[in-house]
Design a protein. Structure first.
Length: 162
């Protein structure tokens, strides 16, 4: 699978989960926690494959500023996830933090899809995008077997290196 299609598909999946979360009523604590965990695992594994495979593969003088910005945005997202992992869904700030997490993710996704991905199409050819997509998909699936959210609290000091 093409790397950009893979990342877009993962963006959409998380966006659907956020929508599901927002439809749950306040009393549904177990379901709310469960959906948050699903979101946190997917965002964590997604950030890891981007940081370890995608960004290093697309870094050029032209893209470097956008990649660095993306890494800082990942850091922000990870900090929200780390906070939420420590909170019960009944906490009075849980929903507010989920909402801001969602807004941060949406902003990041928009910048990637509208600014970075078009640039990537000029940096990598179809074969390279395909090979990268295959590698990232395999790595994502491996990570998803390991509750990747648990790595997030160790990654909140500074942005991942490029
Ligand atoms: Fe990202």
């Amino acid at each position: 699978m093409n790397a950009l299609d893979l990342l877009k598909e993962q963006h959409e999946e998380v966006s659907k989960l956020f929508k599901k979360f927002e439809k749950l009523d306040d009393g549904a604590s177990a379901e709310r926690r469960e959906l948050f965990i699903m979101i946190a695992d997917r965002l964590s594994a997604h950030a890891t494959i981007e940081e370890q495979y995608f960004y290093p593969s697309i870094k050029t003088d032209k893209s470097e500023a956008l990649v660095r910005e993306a890494l800082e945005e990942h850091l922000g997202v990870k900090r929200f996830i780390a906070d939420l992992l420590d909170m019960a869904p009944t906490d009075e700030n849980f929903d507010a933090k989920m909402k801001v997490l969602k807004e941060n993710v949406e902003h990041h996704v928009e910048e990637e899809e509208e600014e970075l991905f078009p640039m990537v199409r000029r940096i990598l050819n179809d074969d390279q995008l395909l090979a990268l997509g295959v590698q990232m998909k395999a790595e994502f699936e491996e990570l998803m077997k390991t509750e990747p959210r648990n790595e997030v609290p160790m990654q909140t000091d500074e942005a991942a290196p490029i």
